[in-house]
Design a protein. Sequence first.
Length: 401
Amino acid sequence: MPLALLALAIGAFGIGTTEFVIMGLLPQVAATFDVSVPTAGNLATGYALGVVAGAPLMTVIGTRFSRKRMLMALMGLFIAGNLLSAAAPGFGAMLAGRVVASLAHGAFFGIGSVVAAGLVPPERRAGAIALMFTGLTVANVVGVPLGTALGQHAGWRVTFAAVAALGVLGLAGVAALVPAGPRPEPGGGRIRGEFAAFRNTQVLLAMGMTVLGFSGVFAAITYIAPMMTQAAGYGEGDVSWLLVLFGIGMVAGNLVGGRYADRALMPLLYLSLGGLALVLALFTVTAHDKVAAAVTLMLIGGLGFATVPPLQKRILDQTAGAPTLASAVNIGAFNLGNALAALLGGLVLSAGLGVTAPNWVGALLTGSALGLAVLSGALERRAARPAAASDPVPIPAPAHR
């Protein structure tokens, strides 16, 4: 494994920790600034929206610099945002710090995916992307629980200061280990090439799979606390370790997806999206049993993150000449799926359809993502046929008399 992948994974670990750790610290933050917990929840919403907006914005800015320099600048932005959060004198400053940190998120993973894929031979690209994303998945197993515990015992400001320190470590790793890479071409040619990728139908279909597939995951996970306490019968204190189980599933699914996406990308997407839709539908039943609910939660994490390496590789394969912007926007698509899931899941709960109703929403959304995957494969096969059919048919030579 190239050591540069380790540096990228460390940066991903810090980003994953800061994104999700706020969920466990909302009561403490709300008490510090004398706001309600729902108001404090805007710190999570603001971060997600910052990822969606920041992914294309920061990537376009980054076309003027080498990828290594841009990764270093993004880690610097991440450090600054977390330090601002740690020292925030008021809620508005805290929200600003969250948004500043979020601007680095999409572009770091987008540019990092391109860099990771370039560090290995073509047949190992998805595996390299998966190794970088391992930092994000491990953050949910290790970083978020530790950060939450640290914040509860030493204060939430200490947690964000510690996350900033992780950013310093990631920045040092990128500076020392990531190859310099080529200098960007002068003028606007590179930017035009990056935007041209969005004229590719296959790129748009892959992004649609990302939005809908992860909407399915987050439709269940966003409302996991009421589901587990009211349907499965767990106590409120059990939700933390249940989320650790979900994180373990994420780690396993990410690594498996990275391994097999290099061998059979589209079959892997069919299998993972189809399995995820089925498991989400079954969760409406298994959520009423403690053991079955815990197992199902791990499966959702595993099947959901098994789609990440193949979808990122799909984007890179379809935008070989200028992959960076599309790769970053696809990261923003994950967060767009998160926001869509929270909205639709909240609607069915408000309609009184039951605490497990968001699982049906998730199953339908993921089923739609599977439909896009089938369409994508069909279009790809159709595009390959004319090329084969256009080969000249050999004409037999006339017989000699």
